[in-house]
Design a protein around this ligand. Structure first.
Ligand SMILES: [Zn+2]
Length: 188
């Protein structure tokens, strides 16, 4: 039975099928019609939050292998559902590389929106080992030399961290490098 919905995250309205709902892309979904109350949570387990403040913004890579590990790490930090998530291939490098200037702008624009909209006070930047974007952009397979890989990620993370602090001195910046097994090391 099709249901008319508004999606809190994107603001679109329309008629969607149960099959569409199963995709669970939208976690905050409300029915507009169909009942006297006109309001019902449709997705099992979905929780609605009023728009407001949250803790942090996370910049991570797009790599499909680390999506779950990234969620686990954020939960382990007590930040489950308490952070905005920006994704750019290469994370820190994606935000900095002059090969993709529109990505750089996308990062700063979204960071600005997170500050304005959600009053975030921490920026977390999470690079990862064996990153294909680093390989594509820098033209070198760093995974063969873990020490060099650490050094190059550290350089990029610190560069971005410094720029964030210059533009937004009130923000805390945390820098990380994740291994493919999900272990995270903090970069000073
Ligand atoms: Zn990557």
């Amino acid at each position: 039975m099709p249901t008319r919905l508004t999606h809190v995250c994107c603001g679109t309205q329309g008629v969607h099928t149960e099959r569409w709902l199963d995709r669970r892309h939208f976690l905050q979904t409300f029915a507009l019609g169909g009942s006297a109350a006109g309001l019902a949570v449709l997705l099992p387990g979905a929780r609605a939050h009023a728009a407001g403040q949250t803790e942090a913004v996370l910049l991570s890579c797009m790599d499909y292998r680390l999506v779950e590990a990234t969620g686990h790490y954020m939960a382990s930090r007590g930040l489950k559902e308490k952070y905005d998530h920006l994704i750019l291939a290469g994370a820190a490098l994606g935000a900095l590389t002059d090969k993709f200037p529109s990505w750089n702008q996308t990062f700063w624009d979204h960071l600005g929106v997170a500050i304005d909209l959600h009053k975030i006070h921490t920026v977390m930047v999470l690079d990862h080992r064996d990153c294909g974007a680093y390989k594509v952009i820098l033209g070198e397979d760093l995974a063969k030399d873990p020490a060099k890989e650490t050094a190059i990620h550290t350089t990029q993370l610190q560069r971005l961290g410094k720029m964030i602090k210059e533009k937004h001195p009130a923000l805390d910046v945390e820098l990380f490098l994740m291994a493919l097994d999900g272990k995270v090391e903090r970069i000073a």
